[in-house]
Ligand binder design. Structure first.
Ligand SMILES: CC/C=C/CC(=O)SCCNC(=O)CCNC(=O)[C@H](O)C(C)(C)COP(=O)(O)OP(=O)(O)OC[C@H]1O[C@@H](n2cnc3c(N)ncnc32)[C@H](O)[C@@H]1OP(=O)(O)O
Length: 719
């Protein structure tokens, strides 16, 4: 919908009306076509202003329409009609002008933006390109290098940067529509010949070939198999080398291949999944819309190791007062220095003052008595955490929320150490905690909906994508990681190398394969957990029996490496070798090759050729299978929760849509068939045994992912 009014006597004011972001739905497009025609046909009207209702110019095409039979007037001729108009058209940009919204503004003759507005062409993040002339007009307006940057990354720019780049003509701190109307009155009747961007030549560059080659190389490196960034470069190249009309044809052609691609579907699913996780629910039925968060002005962090430091920085940067507690004096001094550095570097990057005065440091846990919420981040040791929770419960004021940053320990056991178990939840951050976007908010059986609402709200305030999950060993992310890591080790036993496994996973789109990732995280972390679980034995037996622990197949390979002091990057040796401890460049290690050969010989393992397909299927399908079990157990409310966790916390390639979406794209029947096949070959590996929910979904005809919740509900009601 678009409203038409006449203002100041001779200005036709067109207001887009589709809250909350005035997306260009069929009705809005039709409204624009009608109102533009009306403005151009009324003799009293000398100029036109286009704006958006309620402080948002336009968030672009309506993404919800993409999967449907799109009707209504197409964008390209609509924008063309505006650009060819004989009366000046001014875009009054408040809030956002994104995607089709910015393309609409680029079709206007003038653009005036509010100083707080954000502009961009984020189509690439949805697996698309700006196909309403964006790839052809933007390079003509701001030059090829800047246009390539904006179009291939999809990043938003501030109004100030937009002005510097030449995207907008003017910015204002006042009422943008009033300023635009005044401006429209001033340009009425003036020639528009120099204002139609499509008629501009594309600014020349000394060496277009080198420029595009470099751009292509860059997207190939960072895109990890995503096709849209590549198509974006091709489309901008067309703007630089072809006349406008031919460039538009090329833009259309490239968009046609993207629009129906699986990657576009996956990325658009991610867009909505990321928003859906905010509408959380607990297995008790408590929900986001019925549970109110309590205000948190002052928080405390207990334990200033790597995680605690990052959490303190994240809280302070969001404006909270923080008491940072570390009982070991040396560690406290080091932490203060490190946190100060992190705050200063972050502030420099963002052009703000560092929030140093937001944090007070203390060696004394008694100093948290007046805070609203505490995040415990001490060493991952249940006995230690239990002790801390008991102390905190005695010290803090009534109503203080007690949160733990454990990555997988039992929330309920910690809650039972306190007088108010309903105030206890998990807030599982990912390292580095001030950078990584994911936060798992973990509720135990006694956590109150208010506690969950408060943690979710705090997560949002500090810029995290927060996902509410139930309490189980490893929660969602680490629980699913376990079978993935396990399969990777089994593949080594059977003949694969770390490089081969990593290559398959990196070609799939992970930033790092499982072994490079383990080296980065530190192999000793998992070793300690396995020791605590009684899985690590000093027994020197060989053969199959030595590889069975607690009744299931077990690979001691990781333990054996740790026994050699090979903890990964930090020791300069792990699954790979590094030039020196702390170095990041992983190189294949001949020592490891010999070690694997000896290990296989000692255990009578027969080496066979393992291809990429097997690596991917065994690592990914076992992880996905655990995801189905998590849904079955009600630990995650829906597949979107799992997918968001994997995309934001475990670098699952976004263009694959998260593990559960990926399974739906592969086909649930196919995933089931392959799991059955591998389970038959490895009956002593329970994680390969297909889950009940997967079987149920396949038996129900493999419904699309948005219908899985119905099947899950039925399954729960039968239990
Ligand atoms: C024919 C093909 C043409 C393609 C060209 C295009 O234009 S593609 C679309 C390009 N536009 C975008 O990618 C912008 C997407 N939106 C955003 O980045 C953000 O929503 C925002 C505009 C920056 C606003 O962010 P904010 O945090 O303030 O709000 P939410 O993200 O929570 O959004 C509020 C609700 O609005 C829905 N929504 C937002 N944008 C669109 C859109 N373009 N189409 C449809 N719906 C959109 C969003 O889903 C939220 O809805 P809820 O129901 O509340 O979850």
């Amino acid at each position: 919908m678009a409203q038409y009014t006449r203002v100041s006597g001779s200005v036709g004011l067109i207001t887009l009306q589709n809250p909350p972001v005035n997306a260009l739905s069929a009705a809005v497009r039709q409204g624009i076509v009608n109102t533009v025609q009306r403005a151009l046909s009324e003799p009293e009207v000398k100029s036109v202003v286009i704006c958006g209702q309620k402080g948002a110019f336009c968030g672009g095409a309506d993404i919800k329409e993409f999967g449907t039979n799109m009707s209504g007037p197409p964008l390209v001729p609509m924008i063309h009609a505006i650009e060819s108009a004989v009366k000046p058209v001014v875009a009054a940009i408040e809030g956002v002008a994104l995607g089709g919204g910015l393309e609409l503004a680029l079709g206007c003759h003038y653009r005036i933006a509010h100083s707080k507005a954000r502009l961009g062409l984020p189509e690439v993040t949805l697996g698309l390109l700006p196909a309403a002339g964006g790839t052809q007009r933007l390079p003509r307006l701001i030059g090829v290098p800047a246009a390539l940057d904006l179009i291939t990354t999809g990043r938003h720019v501030t109004a100030t940067e937009a002005l510097q780049l030449g995207i907008v003509d003017q910015i204002t701190d006042h009422n943008t529509v009033d300023v635009a109307v005044k401006f429209a009155l001033s340009v009425a009747g003036q020639s528009l010949d120099s204002r139609r961007i499509s008629s501009y030549p594309c600014p020349r560059h000394s060496d277009f070939d080198a420029l595009f080659e470099a751009a292509m190389q860059k997207v190939h490196q960072s895109a990890r198999g995503a096709i849209a960034p590549v198509a974006c470069v091709q489309a901008v190249r067309a703007a630089a080398t072809l006349p406008y009309s031919q460039g538009m044809e090329r833009e259309k052609e490239l968009m046609a291949t993207l629009f129906t691609s699986g990657q576009a579907r996956a990325l658009q699913y991610c867009f909505f999944a990321q928003r859906a996780v905010g509408r959380w629910s607990m297995s008790s039925g408590a929900r986001w819309d019925t549970s109110k968060p309590r205000p948190v002005h002052k928080a405390a962090v207990i334990g200033l190791g790597t995680m605690g430091r990052g959490i303190a920085v994240a809280l302070a940067q969001a404006g909270l007062s923080v008491v940072a507690v570390e009982t070991q004096e040396k560690q406290l001094i080091e932490a203060k220095q490190a946190v100060t550095g992190m705050l200063e570097r972050g502030a420099k990057r963002r052009g703000v003052t560092p929030a140093l005065d937001k944090i007070t440091y203390s060696p004394n846990i008694q100093n948290v008595a007046d805070v609203d919420l505490i995040i415990e981040a001490v060493f991952e040791d249940m006995a230690l955490k239990e002790k801390v929770f008991k102390q905190l419960s005695a010290v803090c004021k009534p109503g203080t929320f007690l949160c733990t940053n454990t990555s997988g320990l039992d929330i309920n056991r910690l809650a039972s150490q306190t007088c108010n178990p309903e105030l206890v939840v998990g807030m599982h951050f990912f390292a580095p905690a001030h950078v990584m976007k994911l936060l798992e908010v973990v509720y135990g059986p006694r956590s109150s909906p208010h506690a969950v609402a408060t943690a979710m709200h705090l997560g949002k305030k500090i810029g995290k994508v927060s996902v509410a999950v139930g309490n189980c060993r490893g929660f969602v992310g680490n629980r699913m990681l376990k079978p993935y890591l396990e399969q990777a080790l089994f593949l080594l036993e059977e003949g694969a190398t770390p490089e081969q496994v990593d290559q398959a996973l990196e070609e799939f789109g992970f930033a790092m394969g499982v072994f490079r990732m383990s080296d980065l995280s530190g192999l000793d972390v998992g070793w300690r957990v396995r020791k605590a679980d009684g899985l690590v034995t000093s027994d020197a037996t060989t053969g199959q029996q030595a590889r069975i622990r607690q009744g299931h197949r077990y690979s001691p390979l990781g333990d054996l490496l740790c026994e050699q002091g090979r903890f990964g990057q930090k020791t300069g040796r792990g699954w790979y070798q590094y030039d020196k401890p702390g170095s990041r460049v992983a190189k294949p290690d001949p020592w490891l090759q010999n070690f694997l050969e000896e290990y296989r010989a000692r255990h009578g393992l027969v080496v066979r050729r393992i291809d990429h397909q097997e690596v991917l299927e065994r690592c990914l399908y076992s992880l996905i299978n655990e995801g189905f079990r998590i849904l079955e157990d009600g630990i995650a409310a829906g597949p979107e929760d799992i997918d968001v966790i994997y995309m934001f916390g475990y670098s699952w390639p976004r263009h694959r849509g998260g593990p559960m979406f990926y399974a739906s794209m592969v086909g649930l029947a196919r995933v089931l068939e392959r799991l059955e096949y591998y389970h038959q070959a490895h009956p002593d590996v329970p994680s390969l045994h297909p889950s009940t929910l997967l079987r149920k979904l396949v038996a129900n005809g493999s419904p699309p992912i948005h219908k899985w919740r119905e099947v899950i509900k039925k399954l729960h009601s039968q239990l």
